[in-house]
Design a binder for this molecule. Structure first.
Ligand code: FES
Length: 151
């Protein structure tokens, strides 16, 4: 028996929205302090909605499947609704993740929030408190990853 759900394996083999958006309106970069893996989320925003979204993930099967899942969940949503997508939403949409892999699924929601933060701050728009807190945590974690996991 595999540790992963069928849905997770299917997305790992055929991820949706993989790649980079040139001239993205917002980019979120996050690092996983546990393993040192890195994820980027790129968004294009039109009339306050996520019109397009792509990801690049240097990580394991769970990280790739959760990246794919978050892009599907966020595409077409308003920024406000996309901000509400949390870590647990991604894991539960995938039919759960083994506890040892939960840290991998956290990256996706963080990267999405960070891309929205990047968009709002570049455009000098108000930043909700929660998003600001997420951003500060993400930057701390990214610094840790870059110091401890880079060769
Ligand atoms: S082991 Fe690094 S993201 Fe999963």
């Amino acid at each position: 028996m595999t540790l992963y759900s069928k849905k997770l394996m299917a997305l790992f083999r055929n991820p949706h929205n993989m790649g980079r958006i040139e001239n993205a309106d917002g980019v979120g970069k996050v690092g996983n302090v546990v393993c040192g893996d890195i994820m980027h989320i790129y968004i294009k925003v039109q009339k306050d909605r996520i019109k397009d979204i792509k990801f690049e993930t240097f990580g394991c099967a769970s990280a790739i499947a959760t990246s794919s899942m978050i892009t599907d969940l966020a595409k077409g949503k308003t920024l406000n609704d996309a901000m509400k997508i949390g870590r647990n939403d991604v894991a539960s949409e995938l039919g759960g993740l083994p506890p040892i892999k939960m840290h991998c699924s956290n990256l996706a929601a963080d990267a999405l929030h960070e891309a929205i933060y990047n968009y709002l701050s570049k455009n000098k728009m108000p930043i909700p408190k929660e998003l600001q807190k997420d951003h500060e945590k993400i930057i701390r974690e990214l610094n840790t990853v870059e110091h401890e996991h880079r060769h």
